[in-house]
Structures are given as C-alpha cells and as structure tokens.
Design a protein around this ligand. Structure first.
Ligand code: NAD
Length: 472
C-alpha cells in the first residue's frame, strides 16, 4: 500500500476500503467499526545498553476483535510509527479474512535499527517488549499472537516464547503465543517457502481460469508461460523455483545491482549460487545482463512478479510494462497511479493483500499445531501407508501385474507434516482466488481484483459482526 505526500499509510488503507465498501450494502455503522483500530498500545520502556539507559518506543495494535486472537508480525525498524503499525494491522484483518484464517488483524513494532545492537542487546529489548505486552494482556494464545516481520525472524520469536513461558509456567498452550518459531521450539515445517509457494498457487489458479486467460489472450495453465521475477530473496527465490518446476520459463531475474535475461529460462538455484560466489547476479553464464534492474519490469512476458520492495511500479514506468499478469508478491509494489494505468490497459493485477498470505496461513497451521500438541501427520502417517500397501497388494493380486516401483512408492507414502502444510496452503490459496473472482464476476462495476479482494474481506468481517448480534 502506498503512502503519498497528501495522506498517511492508514488513510491510504482507509481509502482503498471506502472504494470497495461502495460495492457492498452494509450499514455505515458496521463499515465504521470494521475500519477502526480497536486497541492501540504505545509504550516506552528503558533498556540498559552498555553504560547507558535507552528509552525504547514500541507499539502493538489490535485492529479487529471480530475474531480472536489477533495476528500480525512485529517489525524492528527506525521507520516504525503509530500510523504505520495501525495500517499494517488493518491490512492483516483483511488479509486473514480473505484467506479464511480465523484471526483479527494485529501488528507490532519497535522503533530501533536492529543492525546497531548486539544479539544480547536485541534479546534484552525483545524480552522487555514481551513483558510489556504480557502486563497489558496484549499477547497470548487466545488474545494476540505475534509473528516475524521486517527485521525479525525465528530467533526473536524464540525469545518471545521463552519470556511468555517464564511468566506463564503452567499454561499448557503457551507455545501458541507466537508463530514463526524454530521447529525445535514448536514451529511448523514449510514456513520458509510458504509465501513464495502461496504466490505460485494463487497465480496458477488464475491461469487455470479459461475466461480470464481468454481476456488476456493467453492459454490456460502455467506450462510454457514466461515469468520475470524481481528480487531473489526468500519470496522471489521460492516463486521462481515453483514456476520453473511446473513448466514455466523464468526468463529474467532482477536484483538491486542489475538483472539477467535468458529467453530459454533461468534456474533460480544456479543464479543464487552464482550471486553468492561472485557477489552479483550479473554475468551469469548464457544470459544477457540488463544493467538497470528496473528494465526487467518492462520486459515482454506473461507474468511479472515483483518480490522485492514497495512502489517499484508507479505512474512513470507503468505505461511501459508489457506483462499480461502482475502477481504482487511483495507488499505494495504498485502505486495507485500504476493500478489505474493497468486497469485501463487490461493488465490483470493479482493483489498482495491475498497473494502473499502464505506466511500467515502457515502461521495459522503452526498455532493449530501448538494447541493440539502433536506434529501434523504423526497419528495417521503409518496407518495410511499400511492401508495403501494393502490396496496395492490387492490390485497386483487381482490383475496379476506389478505396479511400477516408482508409482508404488508415491502411492504408498503417508503424509508428513510438510505434505499437509503444503496441501493446506494450496487449498487456502485456491479457495481464496475463486472467492475473489466470484465477487468480481458478480458485479461488473468492480474495477479490479484488488477492489474485489477488499469487497470479499469486508463481506466476511461484516458478516462476522452481524452474526455476533452486535449489529442486529
Ligand atoms: P528478502 O529480504 O529475503 O528479499 C528481498 C530481495 O529483494 C533481496 O534479495 C534484495 O537484495 C532484493 N532487492 C532489494 N532491492 C531491490 C531492487 N531495487 N531491485 C531488485 N531487487 C531488490 O525479503 P522477502 O522476505 O523475500 O520479502 C520480499 C517482499 O515480500 C517484501 O515486500 C515483504 O514485505 C513481502 N512479504 C514477505 C513475506 C515473507 O514471508 N517473507 C510475507 C509477505 C510479504
């Protein structure tokens, strides 16, 4: 989501909401309630850093309590401020609603530059922040469940868990107070690739819709589609991997230092290793360098995946973009000006608010795992394998033919945690895509998929309030 000089980030989210709300028939009071941030906790606390005491500014915002717990990451950044945290918390409410993750939106932030502190100091800050949240009941498996965001990762989540457990020693569900933890601390397998894989599932579902593809002049399916990826970080790398593995050609990859192009397709792992060894993506064997990284955004291709930064496609370069589909893997890669240009050009923008929801979806699976106290697949894996072996044995006996050894291994396999997490993510992204498209189809006045996604979110949150009886 874009911040312009005229209005704040939260205002900008509110504007997108209002634009979509026009396509719903909810009572204005319900719409006001959905938009508002329910609880905003701004705190300041002292932490001893070396010989000095530093006063740290931090926030936790619970945007919506229509479902509990609230859910949303914690970022460490000097840019953190109340407006930003409120906007990000609101977006989490809508994102969770779209992908049917039964949480309200939340977000947290600590206004620090994490690079300026040692690991020991960061641990002190994180633990103190957690105890402030505990004091005000702003964290807990049933109230508010943080996760990693910009500047934080599994390490910080493990510190949060440990602090929470220390202060709730007999709470049996304590592990569900935070997600994005290391697997050894109750994390779930499949979190690392979740966002990139979710992006792939979402785009694949769009590409499987014959009517949408016909409008764009494309064939149905992923096979043979040309893809450009901006950013070879966690999200971009996994997007490229899954597109390539399913028969698409990743013809260009852009990083901040430049971009590379090969019309036959690039292998993301080889590119990643090349960049690691040489310190640059450029001069990759059998590919052409594009010295200006943003040139990659303007290449002729079927699918463009911006997976790096916000605002990279704007009023200036949008008229030169030739992709047929833009999949917003990053948060806010398009400005509102770019959106308008793409609506006019008939380019399909698949919006960030749901497309990059793989992370929160798998966080939901982690929370469920923590509450059930059992690894996914543990109970049924062996039973399934025994049943499948029996069925194959019967088929071989009845037909007198042996099932191919490779096929046999595949069919016999009982689901592990990773299989179930991937399958749950696929189901989530496919359903969300279909629901948004249904909303879009139901009202031809809705200008784009982003607005349709907001309408889908508003309808779900409003229904939830209405069914609670708050607004008879
Ligand atoms: P990351 O830091 O792992 O990767 C970002 C990559 O972009 C890096 O390799 C960086 O060098 C590259 N980059 C920076 N500037 C660039 C430029 N000007 N041109 C091309 N490449 C550039 O981050 P990530 O986790 O992959 O996140 C990427 C985006 O996806 C962000 O907008 C993030 O908010 C969003 N996102 C991430 C997740 C997640 O689970 N990681 C979830 C939802 C949304």
């Amino acid at each position: 989501m874009t911040v312009t000089e005229n209005y704040s980030f939260f205002d900008s989210v509110t504007r997108s909401f209002d634009k979509a709300a026009r396509f719903t028939s909810w009572d204005p009071g319900i719409l006001e309630q959905i938009k508002a941030c329910n609880s905003v906790y701004k705190m300041k606390f002292p932490v001893r850093i070396g010989n000095n005491v530093e006063v740290i500014e931090a926030y936790r915002v619970q945007h919506s309590h229509h479902k509990t717990p609230c859910k949303g990451g914690i970022r460490f950044s000097m840019e953190v401020n109340q407006d930003e945290v409120m906007a990000l918390a609101a977006l989490m409410t809508y994102k969770c609603a779209i992908v049917n993750v039964p949480f309200g939106g939340g977000k947290g932030g600590i206004k620090i530059d994490p690079k300026k502190y040692t690991a020991f100091e960061l641990e002190k800050i994180t633990r103190r922040y957690t105890s402030e949240l505990i004091k005000k009941n702003f964290i807990g498996p049933g109230t508010d469940v943080p996760a990693p965001d910009y500047g934080t990762g599994a390490r910080e989540m493990a510190w949060i868990l440990d602090t929470y457990v220390a202060m709730h020693p007999s709470e049996v569900d304590a592990a569900a107070c935070v997600t994005g933890k290391p697997v050894s601390q109750g994390g779930v397998r499949g979190r690392t690739e979740a966002t990139g894989l979710g992006v792939f599932y979402g785009i694949r579902e769009v590409c499987n819709m014959p009517d949408r593809m016909a409008k764009l002049g494309l064939n149905t399916g992923i096979e043979g589609k040309t893809v450009v990826v901006q950013g070879l970080g966690n999200v971009g790398y996994h997007c490229a991997k899954y597109f390539r593995e399913h028969g698409a050609k990743v013809i260009a990859i852009a990083e901040w230092e430049g971009a590379i192009y090969n019309c036959e397709g690039l292998n993301e792992e080889e590119v990643f290793q090349h960049r690691k060894a040489k310190g640059t993506i450029l001069n990759f064997p059998k590919s052409k360098n594009l010295a200006v990284n943003t040139d990659a955004l303007e290449l002729e291709c079927d699918i463009l995946i911006p997976a790096a930064l916000e605002n990279v496609i704007n009023g200036q370069n949008a008229p030169r973009v030739k992709a047929k589909i833009i999949g917003e893997a990053a948060n806010g890669p398009l400005t509102p000006e770019a959106d308008e240009i793409f609506i006019a050009k008939g380019i399909l923008v698949v919006p960030d608010m749901y497309l990059n929801a793989g992370g929160v979806t798998v966080s939901y699976f982690e929370w469920l795992k923590n509450l059930s106290h059992v690894r996914y697949g543990r109970l049924e894996k062996r039973f399934t394998e025994n049943m499948n072996k029996h069925i194959i044995g019967q088929i071989e006996e009845l037909t007198g033919k042996d099932v191919d050894a490779k096929e046999k291994l595949f069919i016999e396999h009982g689901a592990d945690e990773i299989d179930l997490v991937h399958s749950g993510l696929e189901e989530t992204m496919v359903n969300a895509t279909r629901e948004i498209m249904e909303v879009w189809k139901s009202n031809p006045e809705i200008p784009d998929m982003r607005t349709a996604a907001y309408v889908s979110a508003i309808n779900k949150v409003a229904t939830s309030y209405a069914e609670l009886g708050i607004f008879p």
